[in-house]
Design a protein around this ligand. Structure first.
Ligand code: IPE
Ligand code: IPE
Ligand code: MG
Length: 264
């Protein structure tokens, strides 16, 4: 496999497919959508291809979904690209995914930049390839001034380890006498997450039919609406995201509250 990215495609307008998002009142559009991009391997194997061909095919899905998120007015999109558990895959697949993440960023950052997308990285440094970290940091720096959608690439991310990291930082503050343990609040923990300025997840989407979080955004999704779609990630397009958002818009978010309304 070549280490160089394939040639970048020409830049596209955000609505290059000609599709228009459903019209929804502003407050019904989720501010923060988290997506578990799942089903690449099954998509490939079903066609007699190897798993990595599924990952390759997922690149177009990601680009299309980002465009759809911008079109409908989502402000934060967090995508699960590589979990802290994914190291348990075969060395070949892990190697492929590392190189692939690096190349996708290199190939797509200009397009994302042109759409005014701000790229961020959430995840841990240990074990992650240095070249992937530099590509993530380069994309982050290059798009730091953008004011549109914030796209958080979750690479070597795990929700539990994120909380462990937050607890370690708080413990260090306690040891140094900077904080009194009795004054630790939910806010103190939230402040030590990888992306402390991000709002909570409103809508949590997973493709491929699996109905679990697989350790994604545990803290941030405490009150997220969950939408599970059977579509495998390589077949996933902006209209699937819009379908999930329409589903979300129909939900009654109560946050523990209740309204008494007997009907006859
Ligand atoms: C998601 O697709 C991509 C990553 C986890 C990196 P999978 O590779 O998990 O595909 P399935 O779930 O095995 O079909
Ligand atoms: C979650 O999918 C991780 C990513 C999509 C990056 P997995 O395919 O790794 O999760 P499990 O193994 O089905 O829980
Ligand atoms: Mg999977």
């Amino acid at each position: 496999m070549s280490r160089e990215p394939r040639h970048a495609e020409p830049l596209r307008p955000i609505d290059w497919t000609g599709e228009q998002p459903p019209e929804l009142r502003r407050e019904l559009v989720p501010q923060h959508v988290a997506i578990v991009m799942d089903g690449n391997g099954r998509w490939a194997n079903r066609q007699g291809l190897t798993r990595v061909e599924g990952h390759r095919a997922g690149e177009a899905s990601l680009l299309d979904v980002v465009a759809g998120a911008v079109q409908i007015g989502v402000q934060h999109l967090s995508v699960y690209a590589f979990s802290t558990e994914n190291w348990s895959r075969s060395p070949d697949e892990v190697r492929f995914l590392m190189g692939f993440n690096r190349e996708v960023l290199r190939r797509r950052r200009d397009q994302l930049d042109a759409w005014n997308v701000r790229i961020r990285w959430a995840g841990r440094r240990p074990r992650l390839w240095r070249s992937v970290i530099s590509e993530l940091e380069e994309a982050q720096a290059r798009t730091a001034g953008n004011t549109g959608l914030t796209l958080t690439m979750c690479v070597n991310y795990g929700g539990r380890i994120e909380l462990v990291d937050a607890v370690r930082a708080l413990a260090a503050d306690v040891t140094a006498g900077r904080i009194d343990p009795a004054r630790i609040t939910e806010r103190s923990i939230a402040k030590h997450l990888y992306e402390p300025d991000q709002p909570d997840v409103d809508l949590f989407v997973r493709s491929s039919g699996e109905q679990r979080t697989s350790n994604f955004m545990l803290w941030q999704s405490a009150y997220a609406e969950m939408v599970f779609l059977n579509t495998l990630w390589p077949d996933f397009r902006r209209r699937h995201l819009w379908d999930a958002i329409e589903d979300y818009a129909r939900r009654d978010r109560r946050f523990g509250g209740a309204v008494d309304a007997p009907s006859a």
